[in-house]
Write a protein that binds this ligand. Structure first.
Ligand code: ADP
Ligand code: MG
Length: 225
């Protein structure tokens, strides 16, 4: 697709049937789903935000996410056909699916999580880390039972990083995958991956500084049972 041939314009978006997926707060994009030309799209829009957020922070975040999505073109399980709608919004194809908490339990099996792991390996092979894989809202199960990952706002290019740092950040992504694996299909998570998960959690504590005072531990224990 050439940069000047956009699948739709903001005027078309405003005329289309649409639904707010996430209103977002003052520093987040509003996320909208719209049906245009027979296809479902999601639009991340900083248009409704204040001037500073919209014109500085917002543009910067959108540019980063769009670059990441373009790098992932052709990977099955990430939003396809990303493009810049205008200065304050990007759009990409809507990924049909539900978050893992809402997916049919029988779909949350070893095969699913192996495919999710393979999906993150593909992301890493394209020279990116996602860095927001721990929470479940960015991981989806499609109606066909395939994994998908959305929200590349925090993604980072790894090409220019020192290899040990790159491996560390990739391990953080995998830690998020294994965290969800442990939550939804613990019996199939082998000891090796479990150890990697625990290592990534310790690493994360070092830099996020959470997890002390036992708060986080308690929560995780609750989720496992
Ligand atoms: N391409 C997409 N396909 C399907 N759902 C999406 C897509 N993009 C966003 N969503 C939905 O909108 C929500 C918010 O979008 P997200 O990109 O995660 O924004 P945020 O930066 O606010 O977390 C997601 O949790 C998901 O439910
Ligand atoms: Mg998100």
């Amino acid at each position: 697709m050439s940069p000047d041939s956009k699948p739709f314009t903001r005027a078309q978006l405003l005329a289309a049937p649409r639904q707010i997926l996430r209103e977002g707060r003052w520093a987040n994009a509003r996320v909208v789903k719209a049906t245009i030309g027979g296809a479902d799209w999601t639009v991340k829009d900083f248009g409704p935000r204040g001037w500073w957020v919209r014109n500085l922070f917002g543009r910067w975040l959108l540019r980063r996410e769009l670059r990441a999505l373009r790098r992932l073109a052709g990977v099955d399980g990430v939003p396809a056909q990303p493009f810049r709608l205008d200065a304050h919004a990007i759009a990409a194809r809507y990924v049909p699916g539900v978050t893992l908490d809402r997916a049919p339990r029988e779909q949350m099996n070893e095969a699913f999580f192996l495919a999710l792991e393979a999906l993150f390996r593909q992301v890493h092979a394209r020279g990116l880390v996602h860095l927001d894989s721990r929470g479940s809202s960015n991981l989806l199960a499609t109606p066909q039972g395939r994994p998908a990952v959305i929200d590349f706002q925090a993604a980072l290019r790894t090409a220019l990083l020192p290899p040990p740092l790159r491996r560390l950040l990739e391990a953080v992504d995998m830690g998020g995958v294994y965290k969800n694996w442990l939550r939804h299909a613990p019996e199939s998570l082998d000891a090796g991956r479990r150890a990697l998960y625990e290592r990534s959690t310790r690493l994360r504590r070092l830099w996020v500084g959470r997890g002390y005072f036992g708060v986080r531990k308690e929560r995780q224990r609750g989720q496992r049972s």
